[in-house]
Ligand binder design. Structure first.
Ligand SMILES: [Fe+2]
Length: 241
C-alpha cells in the first residue's frame, strides 16, 4: 500500500497540479490531504474541485474552517484574514458545505492524520519542535501520524522514551519506533525552499519520503496580484517563506 499525503495547498492551483502529476508517476493507491485547501492564493474553488474529484481523503485545516465560518479568523495575520474573506466570496455553497463537513482527524489501520496536532485538534497547535511533538506521540495508537500546518517538512521520531528530529526526510521505519511526519506545504512552503512539498508513505516497504516539486511560481503570483490579494502573499512564494 502506497500513500501520498499532501497538505496546505492554500488555493495554489499551479503547485497542486504539478504535485498531482508527480503523484501520478509514483504508483500511489490512496491520496490523503491534511487540510488547508483554501486561503492565501487565488484559486480556492479550483483547488477544491481537484481535491473533490480525485477521491482524496481530506480533513479540515484552520483556514478551511475559517472559510466556512466554523472558526473565527480573529487570530489570523492581516493578509491571511483578507485572503479568507476573499475566498468566501469565490466559493459556492456546495464548496462551503464540503469544507464544513470535514472532520479534524482521520485514522485507518496504517496511520493517523491531523492538521496541527492530535491533542485538541480543534485548537490547531503548531508542532515546530520536539517539545510540542511529545503530547501527540503519547496520543498515537498507530506507528505513524501525518500533520501539516507549519508548512515545514519535518520527521519526529520516538524511540522508547527518547524523541528526536530526524536528520533525513527520506527514511526507513525501524521496529519499535513511532513517527510523526510533517509533510510540508504544497502551496506555500516556508522552509526557504520554494518548491511544493508532499510525502509518500510506503506501508509495506516501511519507507517515508518527502518529495519536492517545482511549479510555475510566477503564474501563481500574477493571479494573487490580479485578485488584489496582499502583495506579500505573492512575494513570499518566491523565497519559500
Ligand atoms: Fe496552512
Amino acid at each position: 500500500m502506497r500513500y501520498a499525503i499532501i497538505s496546505d495547498v492554500h488555493s495554489n492551483l499551479e503547485a497542486l497540479e504539478e504535485v498531482m502529476k508527480d503523484i501520478g508517476k509514483q504508483n500511489i493507491n490512496q491520496i490523503l490531504c491534511a487540510g488547508d485547501i483554501v486561503g492565501y492564493c487565488a484559486n480556492p474553488q479550483q483547488c477544491l474541485e481537484v481535491i473533490r474529484s480525485l477521491n482524496i481523503i481530506t480533513i479540515a485545516g484552520n483556514h478551511d474552517q475559517a472559510a466556512c465560518e466554523k472558526l473565527d479568523p480573529l487570530f489570523f495575520r492581516e493578509e491571511g484574514k483578507k485572503a479568507i474573506y476573499w475566498a468566501q466570496k469565490q466559493l459556492r455553497k456546495s464548496d462551503l458545505d464540503f469544507l464544513s463537513g470535514l472532520e479534524l482527524t482521520y485514522k485507518n489501520n496504517d496511520l493517523i492524520m491531523a492538521h496541527g496536532s492530535l491533542d485538541e485538534p480543534d485548537r490547531f497547535f503548531y508542532l515546530f519542535d520536539i517539545t510540542n511533538a511529545i503530547t501527540t506521540f503519547e496520543l498515537m495508537d498507530r506507528i505513524i501520524c501525518f500533520v501539516g500546518h507549519t508548512h515545514i517538512p519535518q520527521i519526529f521520531v520516538r524511540e522508547g522514551k527518547r524523541s528526536f528530529l530526524s536528520d533525513s526526510l527520506n527514511i526507513t521505519l525501524q521496529a519499535g519506533c513511532k513517527y510523526l511526519v510533517n509533510v510540508g506545504s504544497v502551496g506555500q512552503p516556508r522552509d526557504n525552499l520554494p518548491l511544493a512539498s508532499y510525502c509518500i508513505y510506503d506501508k509495506d516497504n516501511k519507507t517515508v519520503e518527502i518529495r519536492r516539486v517545482p511549479y510555475d511560481i510566477n503564474a501563481t503570483q500574477m493571479k494573487i496580484l490580479e485578485a488584489n490579494l496582499p502583495e506579500m502573499l505573492a512575494r513570499r512564494l518566491a523565497i519559500g517563506q
